[in-house]
Design a protein around this ligand. Structure first.
Ligand code: PEP
Ligand code: MG
Length: 899
């Protein structure tokens, strides 16, 4: 018979950290902590395998589960010294979810289970605290009623709020025992009327129902949404942990809290925790009451504080990672209820990884594997410009100050619910989600928003934690905001801010400011340099940048680029002072006029190249010759429309024949150049072949710039790249033309410059005949944007029409224009590299499509032995780390390369 239940208690546990998939994160770590001798209340965990059987069998427990639960409960009673359902010494338990990865607040928990009309009296007598016992019962009926029986929480809360109003008290602890007793009665009546059955008075029945509800909560809307965002497979399921209750609400020597062993926003090594005296954990996690700083615990219970700190340090060293710990103090005794790797901002992730190596807790390999490369993008999240913020504050635009929960600045239109946030964000608006308190239902809205503000809740409330994980700027506990969801506004200091108005928030300081404040790039971050320095030490794949201007090139170099993998020269023609000359060139009636226009463009190009060579002194620069079809330079669709309208107007009025003639000529040219399918049309090297003078001008500009740079003492390594090559003849003709001009310039200028001529591989045919292409190409660069387009037959410009459907229906795992399709496009790349290197064993091969900065694609490029990836400058850190991880993973794999 399968074992479905694993017990832990009194220093001994059947499970361990290694059983994460079976026991879930929470269950396995409770077992591990028990074995480590850390004070954990006793309990047992029901496996994810039991969940799988239950789910598959249509919500039926598998055979044997019932008996195993009964046995584990008996053991739990012994360990706790209490008896489930006993009127004198009642055992109460919590029933908690726990997936193999943490999904904060996404699934359900039931606390204080085991309370009935009888056991509540026993609890009151045993604790000599009637109010406490009835308060627990009230909480239990509420939680059971909402989580298990599906009644809206507000239905219960209304009665509590009414009682408080009647009594003239503000907070829950002021409600006396007698009133709570009456509330429980009301709650039970509410349950009976909503469900048609009395509130269950058999604790075993309560337990069975609660376990089912926690199993089922895997399919709750918010959990499904969270899984979708975080790519968590639905079949993993949840374990259920049943654990003896300990109480943080037994008076002033009790309390509860949450703590991180390091600051999750910055990674700073200090215990970052919050504590709420005389309260249960749900109060903190759900953000219902705003907790105190951990210093409050040090002042009230210094010994407990020291014990907690020692445990935190021990857990961190044991797990070799920053931990997020939940704890409760019951009448002066400390219990740890949970530990898990703490969610953290990207900045903290890097800082913690670097610090743990410096503290000799981790080695560099492990540290490098710790940060998902994509998260590094979060390091470049903008911040509010300090000067602009100072002015805003001086103008009296500060609305409120809350707790800074997740760094970065954000500016957006205020919205008050998650659905609206999603809707507006989909229409391209920046929004800031403002909520009274943090709530797991808001996940999709938080994801859509630029930033999040809550009026209540602490820095460790689950939504603050979720925001940190998402890398979203977040301010919580901005207590001055009176949020009125119904009227879609908030009021603060006599001001009213309505839905749609702009606000700015600073997740670093907790400020909420009216109107927009300018956003700027974040300040530099020394630990990142150290971390990426380690990555560079391990990776073998080069990292270059796609950059089109000297400024971009400098930026790329600052991010660590080892060269430029793609200069798209057409971007230089689009600049306002150059576009008219370009148009003149295209419109030219004869070769002489065309050459004259090109001669005027040439100095511009040369100066750009010179600037780029200067910025990339000592590093290779791949410059691609003109690629897009000529008609793109003639008009935008709007200009074209305006030209047609103007001509019609002039024609009707019979005015300005000179202008009419001009318009006629231009429109005729545009019509002549128009293509049914420009992506498959007259572009790339096809242009260079029909208009050799254009490529000629560009080659001349590149080589002149290289000679000039060399004369200035700059080391240049120009690589001239031919786009969209598909046949050997194209390659050969373009190669020979390019070489003739380049050698001519070198001879003219008398400066010895070494250059190479290569090609993009972006037409499938080129990959297939790569051995022949390599006879005339000295390097390859895979243009995976076009290669994806041409391999799938998906137009880059039109794919958005059907791609969302394909993704939603699961017909494609990812957008193939973002994540390289390794199966199809990847196969062409493999073939291209293998055949190319058959002709030239030392052929330099790179990639310059958008995939060059995407971690999974970078790993692929490493595996197929590319020389480098090239991506936009801000993605360079991601590519550096992904390349290092690819190599480390390969070395760790059985039979992996050891080079
Ligand atoms: C490509 O096709 O991958 C590429 C880099 O070129 P472009 O995007 O300019 O077509
Ligand atoms: Mg291309």
């Amino acid at each position: 018979m399968d074992k479905y239940v694993y017990s832990f208690g009194r220093g001994k546990a059947e499970g361990s950290s290694l059983m994460r998939n079976l026991l879930g994160g929470k269950g396995c770590e409770l077992a591990e902590m028990t074995n480590l001798g850390i004070p954990v209340p006793p309990g047992f965990t029901i496996t994810t395998q039991a969940w799988a059987h239950y789910t598959r069998a249509g919500r039926q427990w598998p055979e044997g589960l019932e008996a195993q639960v009964v046995d584990a409960l008996a053991r739990l009673e012994t360990d706790a010294g209490l008896i489930f359902g006993d009127p004198q010494r009642p055992l109460l338990v919590s029933v908690r979810s726990g997936a193999r990865v943490s999904m904060p607040g996404m699934m359900e928990t039931v606390l204080n289970l085991g309370l009935t009309d009888k056991t509540v009296e026993g609890l009151a007598a045993r604790t000599s605290n009637e109010r406490f016992a009835w308060d627990c019962y009230r909480r239990f009926v509420t939680m059971f009623g909402t989580v298990v029986l599906g009644i809206r929480r507000e239905a219960f809360d209304e009665h509590l709020e009414a009682a408080k109003r009647r009594l003239g008290v503000e907070s829950d602890p002021e409600v006396p025992a007698g009133e709570l007793r009456k509330l429980v009665q009301t709650y039970k009546e509410l349950v009976a009327s909503r469900t048609g059955a009395p509130f269950p008075q058999d604790p075993r029945e309560q337990l069975r129902l609660a376990i089912n509800a926690v199993f089922d909560s895997w399919f709750a809307k918010k959990a499904v949404e969270y899984r979708r965002i975080h790519d968590i497979p639905a079949e993993w399921g949840t374990a259920v942990t049943v654990m003896a209750m300990v109480f943080g609400n037994l008076g002033e020597t009790s309390g509860t809290g949450v703590g991180f062993t390091r600051d999750p926003r910055t990674g700073e090594p200090r215990f970052y925790a919050e504590f709420l005296p005389n309260a249960q954990g749900e109060d903190v996690v759900a953000g219902i009451r705003t907790p105190l700083r951990i210093e409050a615990l040090r002042e009230r219970m210094p010994e407990i504080y020291d014990q907690l700190l020692a445990i935190a340090g021990r857990l961190e060293r044991h797990y070799k990672d920053m931990q997020d710990i939940e704890f409760t103090v019951q009448e002066g005794t400390l219990y740890v209820l949970q530990t898990r790797a703490g969610k953290r901002s990207a900045r903290a992730a890097v800082r913690v990884a670097v610090d743990l190596v410096r503290e000799h807790v981790l080695d560099q390999h492990t540290a490098l594997m710790r940060v998902p490369p994509r998260e590094l993008a979060g390091l470049f999240v903008p911040v509010l410009d300090p000067e602009a913020k100072r002015r805003a504050l001086a103008e009296g635009r500060l609305l409120a100050r809350g707790l800074p929960a997740s760094p970065g600045g954000a500016v957006g239109h205020v919205v008050f619910d998650a659905d609206r946030a999603v809707e507006l964000a989909r229409n391209g608006q920046d929004v800031i989600l403002v909520r009274p308190e943090t709530s797991p239902e808001d996940v999709a809205g938080m994801y859509a928003a630029r930033g999040i503000v809550t009026a209540r809740g602490g820095r460790t409330s689950h939504a603050a934690v979720v925001a940190v994980g998402m890398g979203k700027s977040c301010v919580v506990g901005a207590g001055d905001l009176a949020v009125d969801e119904g009227r879609r506004l908030f009021e603060v200091g006599g001001r009213i801010i309505r839905e749609g108005e702009l606000i700015s928030i600073d997740g670093e300081t907790g400020e909420v400011i009216a109107d927009a404040v300018k956003l700027v790039e974040p300040p530099p971050f020394p630990e990142l340099e150290v971390y990426l320095g380690w990555a560079d030490r391990y990776r073998t794949l080069g990292v270059r940048a796609n950059a089109d201007t000297p400024a971009d090139a400098r930026r790329a170099r600052a991010f660590g680029a080892e060269g430029i993998g793609l200069v798209r020269t057409e971007h230089m023609f689009f600049q306002p002072e150059r576009l008219p000359i370009m148009r003149e060139m295209i419109m030219a009636g004869d070769t002489a006029a065309r050459r004259a226009a090109l001669a005027r463009l040439q100095p511009f190009q040369r100066d750009d190249f010179l600037g780029i060579f200067q910025a990339m002194d000592g590093l290779p620069v791949t410059i691609r010759l003109l690629d897009p079809p000529l008609h793109e330079f003639l008009t935008t669709p709007r200009e074209y429309r305006e030209m047609i309208e103007e001509r019609a107007r002039l024609d009707a009025l019979g005015m300005n024949p000179e202008r009419q003639r001009q318009l006629d000529q231009r429109i005729a040219k545009i019509e002549a150049l128009r293509e049914a399918n420009p992506m498959l049309g007259h572009r790339g090297c096809r242009l260079g072949i029909t208009h050799p003078e254009i490529y000629g001008m560009q080659v001349r500009a590149i080589v002149e710039a290289a000679c000039m740079a060399t004369e200035q003492g700059i080391r240049v390594e120009p690589e001239i790249m031919i786009p969209l090559t598909g046949t050997t003849a194209e390659m050969q003709a373009t190669y020979e033309q390019t070489k003739r001009i380049a050698d001519g310039v070198i001879a003219e200028m008398g400066v010895p410059v070494r250059y190479s001529i290569g090609t993009m591989i972006e037409v499938p045919r080129a990959a297939l005949i790569a051995d022949r292409i390599a006879e005339h190409a000295e390097f390859f660069s895979f243009g995976t944007n076009d290669l994806t387009q041409l391999t799938f037959g998906f137009s880059r410009d039109d794919v958005a029409r059907f791609l969302p459907d394909y993704l939603q229906k699961g017909l494609l795992p990812h957008d193939p224009f973002s994540v390289l399709d390794q199966e199809g496009v990847g196969e062409l790349i493999r073939i291209g590299i293998e055949r190319g290197r058959r002709t030239r064993p030392d052929l330099k091969v790179g990639i310059c499509g958008e995939h060059g900065g995407e971690p999974a694609s970078v790993e692929f490029c490493h595996r197929v032995r590319m020389s480098y990836v090239s991506c936009s400058p801000p993605l360079i850190p991601i590519a550096r780390l992904a390349a290092a991880q690819a190599r480390l993973r390969e070395r760790a794999a059985p039979g992996g390369a050891h080079a």
